[in-house]
Design a protein around this ligand. Structure first.
Ligand SMILES: NC(=O)c1ccc[n+]([C@@H]2O[C@H](COP(=O)([O-])OP(=O)(O)OC[C@H]3O[C@@H](n4cnc5c(N)ncnc54)[C@H](O)[C@@H]3O)[C@@H](O)[C@H]2O)c1
Ligand SMILES: CCCCC[C@H](O)/C=C/C=C\C/C=C\C/C=C\CCCC(=O)O
Length: 266
């Protein structure tokens, strides 16, 4: 997929990974709509991007992905400004075990809602152009992060939902690929606050377990952006989960029905 002239949405695009994804899309000629609850950071990012890429390439919508209305309105504003949508990255996420329902609402419900609304605009049966949706999970979507059980659940949920929706999209002929990214730790604001008592709640006391897992290494945003760019462009991938780790990225191999059911597999 060539990116020049394409229209992209990035949730949680004001900072961190989302900002990095938006920047690479803009560099390659796409128009980008940032959805973020952080008004000040979002406006600052929009201003910086306007300086570099010009005023017509970027839109910022103040939007909380837990609100159906705000998310619907933000998609509508994007379509009105740019005409259609080709790429959606559901990236907004938090790590808060104390307010675990908020973590579920943003990390899982926000991704589900963002995927359904994206499909409304992108699927061919509605007159859309097709395209690609990339949902941001984590390595905690593939294995357990003991001090963050609800975060782990939401990220496993993102992988399962995206894989099922990818098959549904293919079967229904939507023309939309749906893939997931699962990075190890990345140096962003989320990582620096996640282990705090405020966020980890009662699991604060066992945060040393997360520290141990940090021996996997800590990526820079640019490492994850490279894998994102590859996944957006690779039209052969649908239902894939990409693990991003020190030294590069790989496609995750999931067990087949035969692996799971043995001789009972159909
Ligand atoms: N940093 C890591 O180690 C790491 C590793 C793997 C996956 N991830 C995932 O990557 C994604 C981005 O995380 P990050 O590290 O860049 O974090 P970050 O905190 O730097 O950025 C997250 C952005 O999401 C926005 N946001 C939060 N709640 C929102 C809401 N309700 N509606 C809209 N926007 C909202 C924030 O305002 C912020 O701009 C998350 O889904 C996170 O779980 C992060
Ligand atoms: C909540 C902390 C901040 C965000 C974390 C983030 O999304 C990244 C996590 C990266 C790696 C750790 C995640 C899961 C561990 C997976 C497998 C561990 C297997 C343990 C073992 O059996 O050895």
């Amino acid at each position: 997929m060539a990116l020049d002239g394409k229209v992209a949405v990035v949730t949680g695009g004001a900072q961190g990974l989302g900002r990095g994804f938006a920047e690479v899309l803009l560099k390659k000629g796409a128009k980008v709509s940032l959805f973020d609850v952080g008004e000040e950071t979002g406006n600052a990012t929009k201003g910086a991007f306007e300086k570099e890429f010009g005023p017509d390439q970027i839109l910022f919508c103040v939007c909380d992905v837990t609100s159906e209305k705000q998310l619907k309105d933000a998609f509508q504003r994007t379509v009105q400004k740019f005409s259609g949508i080709d790429i959606v990255c559901n990236n907004a996420g938090i790590s808060n075990e104390r307010d675990w329902e908020k973590t579920v609402a943003i990390n899982l419900c926000g991704v589900i809602r963002g995927t359904y609304l994206a499909l409304d605009h992108m699927k061919k049966e509605n007159g859309g152009r097709g395209g690609v949706i990339i949902n941001i999970s984590s390595m905690a979507g593939l294995g357990p992060l003991p001090a963050s059980p609800v975060y782990t659940a939401t990220k496993h949920g993102v992988v399962g939902f995206s894989r099922a929706m990818a098959m549904a999209s293919d079967a229904a002929g939507y023309g939309v690929r749906i893939n997931t990214m699962c990075p190890i730790y990345v140096r962003t604001a989320l990582l620096s606050t996640a282990g705090s008592e405020e966020c980890a709640g009662e699991f604060y006391r066992i945060k040393h377990v997360n520290r141990k897992l940090m021996e996997f290494g800590v990526l820079e945003v640019s490492d994850v952006v490279k894998a994102f760019d590859n996944l957006v462009l690779d039209e052969s991938q649908n239902g894939a989960a990409v693990i991003v780790k020190m030294g590069g990225f790989d496609y995750v191999k999931f067990p087949t029905a035969e692996d799971l059911l043995g001789s009972n597999a159909p």
